[in-house]
Design a protein around this ligand. Structure first.
Ligand code: FAD
Length: 297
């Protein structure tokens, strides 16, 4: 399936909707355009699950190059464009000292980001990596307190994690979660995941950190706005986040209304895993993609 999808010419047009090109230059061009439209950006260099230390190092270097290009384009001031990093792309999955390597590589990226005037957010992956990822974040925050982390409302533990993380200056992105997880650790129905999202959101909004509401769900966006009003948060005290290519009109509507609206922009040639997660979230896109493959490849 992977072979079929990645080699089909039609994949290009579907990929281009969600992915900002193969290299840093294309990603910076997209970031510049979004910035001109009043949006904030978080760039993600695609790649995950590496078991190769050299590959983890190359991904780390790519982030350093990207941050230099963003700074040169005047996009890093005030954190207008930051970066998102997957721990398994920078070594977490390595059998020997994976956690140590990921922590060192994320620290290196955080140091370059600080130099450029911006921040890093550590993405959350499969549930089996949550404890290690939160340990890495806690350690690195000693030196880089503005390091962001992600909580997935689909996990049963997440409301407690949100309460623990809602400390002064703590940047926490709340999403539903894009990875399958067993029922003993995760809610399995949409309604339960959504209710958990609302509980997590409340814990973050009531706390002292900086909540980042990553969702395209209109109901949860409304609940977020209501919670912000109730807890006395102004437009600068939290932000909305959405993925590049998903609900772009809503992104612009929120920004035009004065909200901080950040677009997560992935780039790079290793787009397969990312694209499959996006298609799985929206069966209508999957049907469209499958039809295109059958009729044009
Ligand atoms: C900025 C950002 C960062 C993220 N980081 C992580 C992370 O670190 N770890 C992680 O596990 N997950 C991450 N995610 C993914 C997230 O967990 C969800 O899988 C994804 O956002 C879909 O959930 P939703 O909240 O938008 O709600 P859903 O219930 O999936 O969707 C709500 C509505 O949004 C629209 N929509 C959703 N998806 C699509 C689509 N593909 N195409 C068109 N319309 C769509 C539809 O109108 C849908 O009804 C991130 C998401 C965002 C926005």
């Amino acid at each position: 399936m992977r072979q079929l999808v990645t080699s089909a010419p039609v994949a290009r047009s579907v990929v281009a909707r969600y992915v900002a090109g193969d290299g840093a230059a294309g990603a910076v061009a997209v970031a510049s355009r979004l910035h001109r439209e009043g949006l904030l950006i978080s760039l993600d260099y695609l790649g995950e699950d590496t078991h190769d230390a050299r590959q983890a190092d190359l991904a780390t270097q790519e982030y350093a190059t990207l941050l230099a290009s963003l700074a040169a384009a005047g996009l890093t001031g005030g954190g207008a464009a930051e970066v998102s990093v997957k721990p398994t792309a920078v070594g977490l999955g390595l059998a020997d000292h994976g956690e140590k390597m990921a922590a060192e590589n994320i620290s290196r990226i955080a140091a370059v980001a600080r130099e450029a005037g911006t921040t890093v957010t550590v993405d959350m992956e499969d549930h089996s990596h949550v404890d290690a990822t939160l340990r890495i974040v806690r350690t690195i925050r000693g030196e880089f307190p503005d390091l962001g982390c992600v909580i997935q409302s689909q996990l049963r533990r997440s409301a407690a994690d949100c309460t623990a993380l809602a400390t002064p200056g703590s940047r926490v992105r709340l999403c539903k979660g894009a990875y399958n997880a067993p029922q003993d650790v995760a809610f399995t129905t949409r309604a339960e995941v959504d209710r958990s999202y609302a509980r997590c959101l409340r814990a973050l909004m009531l706390g002292d950190g900086y909540p980042m509401l990553a969702t395209h769900d209109p109901r949860l966006i409304e609940i977020g706005a209501a919670q912000a009003r109730l807890t006395g948060r102004g437009p600068g005290d939290f932000e909305y986040q959405m993925l590049y290519g998903i609900r772009p009109a809503e992104q612009r509507r929120l920004a035009a209304g004065g909200a901080r609206m950040r677009v997560y922009v992935p780039y790079g040639s290793d787009w397969y895993g990312y694209l499959v997660r996006r298609l799985a979230e929206r069966p209508a896109n999957l049907a469209f993609f499958a039809r295109s493959l059958l009729t044009r490849s």
